[in-house]
Design a protein around this ligand. Structure first.
Ligand code: 5GP
Length: 190
């Protein structure tokens, strides 16, 4: 997606040698008109499948999924919760995810009320690195007996193992931009 590539080049910055920071439009401040284009593009990519719900993970996935939902007929958006909360239902699907950016494992939960057997689920998220968040969401969908129709990612870090892991699990993956490398303070696309 050309607009996304332009924004990454113009507004992105590299932290260390493997983190791309895009806080100005995706991870801190949200560029709503840009996310509308992202939503349209996801719809184009997954136009051949019927989607009942979109599943994502808090926090950055929520805006992406909510705006995209409008192009999928306003299907409900469910987000997996990372934080402990007294508010959360007791009856949950739960899985553990190793966080690439935090360097530690955390548990994510989805109330059993919001994922049902036989539903067609599209997973959307901001980044794909080693694929742990994506596989965690697949585990939750499997526990619910729902169908994972595909995973849509805004920015895939092609130099990490996420794509390979998802392919091994026969998961359809659509990434709107794939980074070949982000070394030497330079972003290269695949
Ligand atoms: P994975 O589970 O695929 O290893 O990592 C994906 C998650 O880690 C994403 O949801 C995102 O929150 C975070 N992440 C991984 N790499 C990056 C990065 O380079 N930049 C940002 N902003 N987040 C990242």
């Amino acid at each position: 997606m050309e607009l996304l590539k332009e924004k990454i080049l113009k507004e992105g910055s590299i932290v260390g040698n493997d983190i791309l920071k895009v806080d100005s439009f995706l991870n801190h401040q949200i560029d709503v008109s840009f996310l509308n284009e992202v939503g349209k593009e996801f719809k184009k990519r997954f136009n051949d499948v019927k989607i009942d719900k979109i599943l994502t993970i808090e926090a950055s996935g929520i805006a992406i999924a909510s705006i995209a939902s409008q192009y999928f007929g306003n299907v409900p958006v469910v987000f997996a919760k990372k934080s402990e909360s007294k508010n959360l239902d007791k009856d949950v699907y739960e899985t553990n995810v190793y966080s690439f950016t935090k360097g530690k494992e955390y548990s994510v939960k989805v109330s059993k009320r919001y994922l049902n057997e036989g539903e067609n689920i599209l997973v959307l998220d901001d980044f794909l690195a080693n694929g742990r968040a994506a596989l965690g969401l697949k585990d939750i969908i499997d526990q619910a007996g729902a169908n994972l129709m595909g995973i849509g990612i805004v920015i895939e870090k092609g130099f990490q193992e996420g794509r390979e892991l998802l392919q091994k699990n026969n998961i359809r993956l659509e990434s709107l931009a794939i980074l070949e490398s982000i070394g030497n303070n330079t972003v290269k696309f695949r």
